[in-house]
Design a protein around this ligand. Structure first.
Ligand SMILES: Nc1ncnc2c1ncn2[C@@H]1O[C@H](COP(=O)(O)OP(=O)(O)OP(=O)(O)O)[C@@H](O)[C@H]1O
Length: 669
């Protein structure tokens, strides 16, 4: 059997000529000639007229797939690779491995790599690290074949975990669907049959919008803002037109090159949407500050308007120089939205039937004050902002409509991207590095004096960086990577599969996350008494579990809720929250109450938990009974955050003290 080794690929083209070399005078695969094989296996030869003529005119890009064979006896096989995604048959899987892909990838994510040939790592010269995402590290590199500077995104996933590979493949599949000047184009991938890693190849982009906005002294002009917004909306128009929802539009995902061209990047949370199919989606997407109200209210049938909301946040941010709604928790985020954009209409509450609507519906409607708040913005910008930041998703229109808004047609017109100034390196990553460096220096010199200067430096950087979309879940990703055998639960999670008690087969033993207390507020288990102190024997208890999955998709739906009886509970080492006087009956009453209200299999009911480093994270809605009093919830919420912060500071001080004492002892010894 002939083994093909890739020499060079021309990814992005839909039609290739593949030069195969005869080895010992014969080319065969599974008893067929390469040509027959290629013709039969999805690679359609001369199917359409246009293709036939291209084939005849020899105008197709060429890929060599053999450097190991005997030259001289070669023949050219012309191959058309359709641009769409295919399901992969066993035969094709074999062909993918032969083409140089590792079997773990071909087996699980054949569709994502079909028709492509991997690039070899040694055909790139790797330089510095330029970015760090939750799921990746990004490096600058030179493509030795083209001499072009590129960005290599090394994606993190567990090759042993098919679900994790499949999820990573989703990003690739979606990227392959897109081809637009304002969308990051996947130029190819690097891996090999023996490699356990995968790099995605992109054009190198010098900046991102968050980083640019954070450069001290930079204030974009109206024409420049229009230019960036136009590019963003054009990119979105393309994505939406191709059935892709981005679901994480924010400054650091909008990459900008030295020619002023903006491209939407990071499709890790993106999904394809088919409105007709009505498949429920997770509401735990989009970085908090840019997350629209419907997601905070638990919508699972949302659409592309989520990206338009985020774009509205970006528009206002570009004019005001800072994030407009920097919430620390989902509750606070929703409150900020209501205070600025008003609460949705009565009709909306009724018709939308959102999961968290009863909890978060304010007793008194909030008035919209967008125009008053941003009265200094140009009026045409306000017009577009009013549309994009509509509380009700249907009122946000579409990217195409936004592009027709008078914002883009009135003076000053959007400037040409090439006229945008050249900025110094300014990625969000660079800003983070600078801030870390400033902190490090602070520690190593006179504390008092340095503290002042760092505070000044941080102040100078006018834009506070947004948290990562799922930053709070980082700790569990790492844990998950050490647990390759756990079964994952994907967006289309089917509660029936795992029954009402116990856990799905193959799942790692879950960690108890939270229980609902009497008032319905979620409490962090470790902050309160242990299960042994409570009389939980007879009752069924609603508990949130963290299955600790490492891959991104499971994060989106990782927290599941189950009713457990006392016996099952006793199997867990976690401890439980009790409100009021700590009497277990308080808890149980509360739980029974919630048993009526909630479907135990619903996701994302609560998200408060402590990570490995014992920092408190509140990312989820804290539930309250009956709804209506968001102000009280916020007060309680704020109190809990302050308390957690105080506790953190105290622990830090104690550690420092202990270290100091140890140091003293050591030096004495
Ligand atoms: N093509 C590129 N050119 C230059 N820098 C890039 C490029 N792509 C990504 N980066 C940098 O790397 C960082 C991480 O990339 P990306 O956001 O795609 O990774 P991720 O793991 O999906 O991140 P996230 O945590 O946001 O999900 C970006 O914020 C950006 O600064």
């Amino acid at each position: 059997m002939l083994i093909f080794f890739p020499l060079h690929s021309s990814v992005g083209s839909n039609i290739f000529r593949i030069r195969v070399f005869r080895y010992m005078g014969c080319i065969c695969f599974k008893g067929k000639s390469a040509e027959e094989y290629v013709a039969e296996n999805r690679i359609r030869r001369g199917k359409s007229k246009a293709l036939k003529s291209k084939l005849a005119s020899n105008s197709l890009p060429l890929i060599d797939v053999g450097n190991d064979a005997v030259q001289g006896e070669n023949e050219e096989v012309q191959v058309a690779v359709a641009p769409t995604v295919f399901s992969v048959t066993n035969g094709e899987r074999g062909a993918l491995v032969i083409a140089g892909w590792p079997s773990w990838l071909a087996a699980v994510a054949g569709e994502a790599i079909n028709g492509w040939i991997p690039r070899r790592a040694d055909s790139f010269e790797k330089f510095d690290k330029i970015g760090q995402g939750t799921y990746s590290s990004v490096y600058r590199a030179r493509d030795l074949e083209t001499n072009k500077i590129v960005a290599l995104k090394k994606v993190r996933f567990a090759t042993m975990d098919p679900e994790s590979v499949r999820f990573m493949a989703r990003e690739i599949l979606l990227l392959r669907r897109l081809d637009h000047p304002n969308v990051m184009k996947l130029e190819g991938m690097i891996t090999s049959r023996v490699s356990g890693s995968l790099y995605l190849i992109f054009d190198y982009m010098e900046h991102d919008l968050a980083g640019l906005a954070a450069i001290p002294g930079i204030k974009f002009s109206e024409a420049q803002i229009k230019c960036y917004m136009q590019q963003l909306l054009r990119g979105l128009e393309h994505c939406h037109g191709r059935g892709v929802m981005h679901r994480d539009i924010k400054g650091s995902n909008l990459l900008v090159d030295n020619n002023g061209r903006l491209k939407i990047g990071d499709f890790g949370l993106a999904t394809s949407f088919q409105p007709s199919k009505g498949k429920p989606l997770t509401s735990r997407v989009v970085t908090l500050w840019y997350r629209p109200p419907e997601l905070l209210l638990g919508a699972t049938d949302y659409g592309v308007s989520v990206d338009l909301w985020s774009s509205g946040c970006i528009l206002a941010e570009l004019f005001s120089g800072k994030a407009i709604m920097p919430g620390r928790t989902e509750v606070e985020q929703l409150h900020k939205i209501f205070k600025l954009c008003g609460s949705p209409s009565e009709e909306y509450w009724k018709k939308s039937k959102l999961r968290n609507a009863t909890i978060f519906k304010p007793q008194q409607p909030y008035k919209r004050v967008v125009s008053e708040t941003f009265k200094n913005f140009p009026s045409s910008a306000l017009g577009l902002l009013e549309v994009l930041l509509a509380t009700e998703p249907e009122d946000r229109g579409t990217a195409s409509l936004a592009l027709q808004n008078e914002f883009f047609t009135t003076e000053p017109l959007p400037c040409d991207p090439s006229t945008l100034p050249n900025y110094p390196p300014s990625k969000e990553f660079d800003v983070k590095l600078q801030q870390e460096e400033a902190r490090r220096r602070e520690r190593s010199t006179n504390k008092e004096r340095e503290q002042g200067s760092v505070r000044r430096k941080l102040k100078e950087s006018k834009n506070v960086l947004a948290p990562d979309a799922n930053a709070e879940l980082q700790a569990s990703i790492e844990k998950r990577q050490r647990q390759p055998n756990s079964k994952s639960i994907v967006e289309s999670y089917n509660p029936k599969e795992d029954g009402n008690s116990g856990f799905p087969l193959g799942l790692a033993k879950p960690r108890v996350l939270s229980v609902f207390s009497h008032s319905g507020q979620s409490m962090h288990p470790s902050a309160y008494g242990s299960s042994n102190n409570m009389n939980l024997k007879e009752e069924n208890v609603l508990i949130g579990f963290n299955h600790d999955f490492g891959s991104r998709h499971t994060e989106l739906s990782k927290q599941k809720f189950r009713w457990l009886d006392g016996t099952q509970l006793s199997k867990f080492s976690g401890s439980f929250a009790v409100r009021g006087d700590g009497n277990s009956n308080d808890l149980l009453d509360g739980l029974k109450l919630h048993q009526k209200d909630f479907n135990p299999f619903e996701k994302d009911l609560t998200m408060g938990y402590a990570s490995k480093n014992k920092r408190f994270h509140y990312s989820g809605p804290l539930l309250s009974q009956g709804g209506g009093n968001i102000e009280d919830m916020l007060k309680e919420h704020e109190r809990q955050i302050q308390q957690a912060a105080r506790k953190g500071r105290l622990e830090k001080d104690n550690t420092k003290k202990a270290k100091k004492e140890n140091g003293l002892t050591e030096s004495l010894l």
